[in-house]
Design a protein around this ligand. Sequence first.
Ligand code: SAH
Length: 479
Amino acid sequence: MDYLPIFLDLRARRCLIVGGGEVAARKTDLLLQAGADVHAVAPRLASAMQSLLDEGRIAYREGVFRESDLDGAQLVIAATDDRDVNARVAALADARGLPVNVVDDPALCRFIMPAIVDRSPVVAAISTGGVSPVLARLIRGRLEALIPAAFGRLAALAGEYRDRVKNRIVDANERRKFWERVLTGPTAELIYAGRDADARASLDAALDSGGKAGAQTGEVYLVGAGPGDPDMLTFRALRLMQQADVVVHDRLVSQRVLDLTRRDAERIYAGKERASHTLSQETINALLVRLAREGKRVLRLKGGDPFIFGRGGEEIETLADEGIPFQVVPGITAASGCAAYAGIPLTHRDHAHSCVFVTGHLKDGTVTLDWQSLVQPYQTIVIYMGLIGLPIICRELIGHGMPPDTPAALVEHGTTEKQRVFTATLEKLSETVAQAEVRAPTLIIIGGVVTLRDKLEWFESAAERAAGLDPHFLADASD
Ligand code: SAH
């Protein structure tokens, strides 16, 4: 280890900043957040430092650095753009045994400043030992995504209850388990939802029942996993995925998304393949109830958005009937994901002022939809589950007055590396699709907006460029 990570208490401690520019201002800002008494010295101040001075938040001596500026300081930062000045500050501070940081010059530093994720009182600090600040920032970005914004409030609550819990639950092992349950269970979720008073009540109740409450009933997270690309998960989805004890997932949830669930979580595959539903809807509903009753945190992971053709409503209706706590996390629905990745805006001032989502699945060998209401000018139609019914859908739409040359597209495996997009006129689409070996899931988009793809397509060509292939050389799947 090249550097020892420590956290300094700088409240009301005098810290010296040498320099008055933007960089000095950024460091000053951090010192002020830690409650330090900041003294700056510089021949002049740029606007950010000047504002701090005007607000009375820093002390300032106008002039070039001299050794006496170090008097009384407990920490020093050199942030001038003059390397000689910085080196002199560093040498003199070091001679006095003062910790000194020289911005962007690790060789002159006695301490370096990490990238931080601030969820005070929780603070995570990341350092690459000055080797790659950009890498540190990238790691920071990941942590920012993983640590909910409300984590600070959760930590503050834990701090507030610490002594009470200690007195109430004497056994250290029991106490640890209690805190684990509180910090990953419903109390934490209430804090994240901004319901601090309810969180307190839940913690009080858990304590009153001797630390046992919260252990009995689990919770169900109905989470939308998006259309396939894990990058499209929400922060909340990811957090709950890494917390759940059991994962009940559909066929549509991609392996790459599943890989992000907790490694040791139990996984239950719930279907559903067309015509061979692995588990019936009733069985799934009952399964969720049973698992939650066993005290488990159950992740019900669904492709896309759980409330769009996902039967999410039915599943939580059962949970509500049974009094099982649950929460719903929206996901990017196939329509949004496929449209974006195919370069087809769903609405557009020149082409579509409304957009309807329908399912095109077969019932008794045919597709029953309100065709008349679908055949409207300036409207985009998005059809889920329409691959098998595609010939019927196109025929019916034309039969109900939609122009046969209406632009149409079918997106296969949208947003994934396997994405293919087929475009044709409404009249020709099913023939075009029949010629390629197309596999579910696919999404159909019909309307003038499809023409925009010629100009707005970006995803497949980016993949081709990345693979070093000439996009014009490849047969275009959309022809
Ligand atoms: N709740 C899901 C939809 C479930 S219905 C959502 O909001 O997206 C299943 C249908 O979704 C599939 O038949 C297909 O029409 C569509 N679908 C889901 N993921 C898709 C993908 N990656 N590419 C194309 N279509 C997709």
